[in-house]
Design a protein around this ligand. Structure first.
Ligand code: NAI
Length: 319
């Protein structure tokens, strides 16, 4: 295997997210060691990564400046966690979303790492204060939450434990940028971090509107895909306010009363009742039947769209 001047990264857990991280780190020239409790998972991951990279190359979408073979030569499996972390500069944990399991793994890693390596979790919703509680190396711990599929969606939420050292956040931020991702800092931990809080706010209102018979499920989705989503791929809700008037202050002067009037009509947290779920499901299945083949095909189409959007964004940015 090739050695890399960029440094060595360890992936703990070689499932869906671990594989994506491996590809991203290799694209940035890092040596990657894949570890998993299941040997077969490591073998599957290596095979799957090879196939994915070849397809990306054919589509002209392989990230980084190295060739497929150069990137592949940077990735290897390692069945022994102690050996894997030796000399590593960053460890990215990607095991299933189970607090006790993750805590067990962090305790194990805590006992074998040095003072320099960063210990990072991919968790979607577990709080850093719970995940890293009591670790000797807590200053080196951070959550780096990717968005699925990470190869096409660059955002990474960085969420520190209250005792995480500022240098850990800065180093992780720089590392994410180096591999072409777009890191953002969550200043203080909060349930759902930022992305899922926004996502759940949207889901919540979508559900209420459908439940109250105001809009059909497929028309609701059109409002995002053909409306709000068109601009949100380029500018966020706050910049949208800024641009939709003569700046933010002008927007607030003009529209805050109207917004408050509408916001007061929002209902309580939905129960996500079976009856509404079935109604939504019926509509969704007309477009995408919920058998594995149709779902996989649609996901593939989604990823191709995201890949093209990423290309477009790289051409039009930065302004
Ligand atoms: P997955 O189930 O695809 O992969 C988990 C891997 O961890 C498996 O290969 C499993 O064998 C391995 N594993 C289990 N116990 C282990 C242990 N003790 N030591 C080493 N490896 C072990 O899970 P996935 O989807 O990759 O998720 C991983 C993490 O990423 C979770 O915390 C999840 O919340 C987070 N995440 C997932 C996203 C998604 O959409 N799948 C998006 C963003 C974050």
């Amino acid at each position: 295997m090739a050695s890399s001047a960029a440094g060595c990264v360890v992936i703990v857990g070689s499932g869906v997210i671990g594989r994506s991280w491996a590809m991203l780190f290799a694209s940035g020239g890092f040596q990657v060691k894949l570890y998993d409790i299941e040997q077969q998972q490591i073998r599957n991951a290596l095979e799957n990564i090879r196939k994915e990279m070849k397809l990306l190359e054919q589509a002209g979408s392989l990230k980084g400046s190295l060739s497929v073979e150069e990137q592949l030569s940077l990735i290897s499996g390692c069945p022994n966690i102690q050996e894997a972390v030796e000399g590593a500069m960053h460890i990215q944990e990607c095991v299933p979303e189970d607090l006790e399991l993750k805590k067990k793994i962090f305790a194990q890693l805590d006992s074998i790492i040095d003072d320099r390596v960063i210990l990072s979790s991919s968790t979607s919703c577990l709080m850093p204060s719970k995940l890293f509680a009591g670790l000797v190396h807590v200053k080196q711990c951070i959550v780096a939450h990717p968005v699925n599929p990470p190869y096409y969606i660059p955002l990474v939420e960085l969420v520190p434990h209250p005792e995480t050292a500022p240098t850990t956040v800065d180093r992780t931020h720089a590392l994410m940028k180096k591999i072409g991702q777009c890191p953002m800092r969550v200043q203080k931990e909060v349930a759902g971090f930022v992305l899922n809080r926004l996502q759940y706010a949207i889901i919540s209102e979508a559900w209420r509107l459908v439940e109250e018979g105001i809009v059909s499920p497929s028309d609701l989705d059109l409002v995002m895909s053909e409306g709000l989503g068109m601009r949100y791929a380029f500018i966020g809700p706050l910049e949208t306010m800024h641009l939709n008037a003569e700046g933010m202050l002008s927007y607030c002067d003009r529209y805050s009363e109207g917004m408050k009037h509408v916001l007061k009509t929002f209902g309580p947290i939905p129960e996500f009742s079976r009856a509404t779920a079935e109604k939504v499901n019926q509509d969704m299945c007309m477009k995408v039947p919920d058998d594995p083949e149709h779902l996989a095909a649609r996901r593939q189409w989604r990823d191709e769209c995201l890949m093209r959007l990423a290309k477009l964004k790289s051409q039009v940015q930065p302004q």
